[in-house]
Design a protein around this ligand. Structure first.
Ligand code: TGC
Ligand code: FAD
Length: 336
């Protein structure tokens, strides 16, 4: 449907649509399930985008058209068991070999990992004199020493595959190094793309919850009248509608700024942080309107609510985006 890597140029088999159109597509996917939007976010913003932005023309032509069709599935390995919010501490490392690089390390919580054909793995390349720089490597499924076991028993994003990536003396050929970026700005630049889509996406989940609550309130009878006829329930619906509308307006402005090329990372943080927060609150309020029925799988609300707990955490937690905003306002970084 052209949804994968949708903003990338048609030359690479992609749809070449505007950021706002991409965002609205993410909203509609997440209206269904955050796991579906996660799949599209990771494929487009975290696997295709780094190949497009930091790869060689040869790498783009080799991978992007097939990834746009979903024939090749990608994932993005940044987080490690001991380094989540602070990816700069990553342990995964690469050492130069005669015809490429040897990678060792482990990544965790990697969306699409087990089903991926191509993993974008961020690792510290060890250079001369203990010099280290973060670089991106394309690790193909089936490479000796590379495995991606699935992480099970999740109560959230159950429609999405989440995996570890294990790298034990994995040989990556020279042609699989992303040549045009080094440093943490490489992966963080990808996150800016994905967080933009998440800001739109979670509004879709909130809309699904709001609609479920609004419909339910019209048909559920208590005290001889629909519960939607009680002022307290109407206040809840009015609050949800207002927060969703404000979040949508934030997204529209975000899209306009991205299209003008003026959008800053901290503005994306503001929207990701706000919209995840309000989507979770809308889901909780919708669950309340549904009473006991709200906890069942007969309605989409509890599923969205559980999903949104992950979305609030991944791509930078609520706290981390608070600190990004704090730094933008004061000029003082408060992470460490
Ligand atoms: P810091 O010194 O601030 O920055 C290092 C370099 O990166 C640049 N930069 C950015 N560039 C582009 N976009 C951004 N958002 C950027 N933020 C920073 C920065 O200018 C600098 O460049 P240069 O040229 O000076 O080197 O880095 P720090 O180590 O202090 O970290 C800052 C912090 C804490 C904000 C960052 O580490 C962070 O964002 N942490 C959160 C980690 C995170 O979001 N992980 C997500 C993993 S992927 C994922 O969750 C996928 S889920 C997908 C799904 O299923 O949908
Ligand atoms: P931690 O960093 O340990 O944080 C724990 C708590 O401490 C949080 O509340 C956090 O806000 C708080 N905290 C940490 N530092 C500070 C501070 N300085 N100030 C205040 N509070 C702080 N990663 C990938 O690389 N690729 C993926 O595809 C991917 N997919 C994911 C899918 C799912 C379902 C989930 C749940 C996660 C995924 N992640 C992925 C990982 C995700 O990005 C991390 O979980 C996230 O960055 C937080 O890291 P952490 O879980 O290690 O939490």
């Amino acid at each position: 449907m052209g949804l994968l890597g949708a903003t990338l140029p048609e030359k690479y088999g992609c749809a070449g649509v505007t950021p706002t159109a991409y965002g609205l597509a993410m909203q509609e996917l997440e209206r269904g399930d955050s796991g579906l939007r996660s799949f599209a976010s990771v494929q487009g913003s975290l696997a295709m985008y780094p190949i497009y932005a930091y790869g060689s023309e040869e790498q783009r032509m080799k991978w992007l058209p097939r990834m746009a069709k979903g024939e090749v599935i990608g994932c993005f390995g940044l987080t490690e068991p001991d380094f989540g919010s602070d990816p700069s501490g990553m342990i995964t490392c690469a050492v130069k070999a005669s015809d490429g690089y040897v990678l060792n390390g482990a990544k965790m919580w990697i969306t699409n990992g087990t089903v991926s054909d191509l993993a974008v793995v961020w690792a510290k390349l060890k250079g001369e004199g203990n010099r280290e720089e973060i670089r991106g490597f394309l690790v193909q499924k089936g490479t000796k020493g590379f495995s991606a076991p699935e992480q099970k028993r999740k109560y959230s994003l159950r429609a999405s595959v989440t995996s570890e990536l294990i790298l034990q003396d994995v040989h990556v050929p020279e042609e699989n190094l992303l040549p045009n970026v080094s440093g943490l700005k490489g992966p963080l630049g990808c996150l800016s793309q994905a967080r933009f889509g998440i800001a739109f996406g979670v509004v879709g989940a909130a809309m699904a919850c709001f609609h479920a609550a609004a419909e339910y309130s019209k048909s559920r009878i208590q005290f001889d009248r629909p519960i939607g006829g009680f002022q307290l329930v109407q206040e809840s619906l009015a609050g949800m509608l207002t927060e969703i509308t404000k979040a949508q307006l934030l997204c529209v402005q975000l899209g306009r700024m991205k299209e003008r090329g003026t959008l800053k990372p901290e503005q994306i943080s503001l929207a990701k942080r706000n919209n995840c927060e309000i989507a979770l609150e809308v889901a909780r309020q919708a669950r309340d309107v549904l009473g006991a029925n709200g906890i069942t799988a007969e309605y989409p609300v509890m599923r969205h609510m559980c999903n949104l707990e992950s979305v609030k955490t991944y791509e930078g937690t609520h706290n981390i985006h608070t600190l990004v905003l704090g730094e933008a306002v004061t000029g003082i970084a408060a992470y460490r």
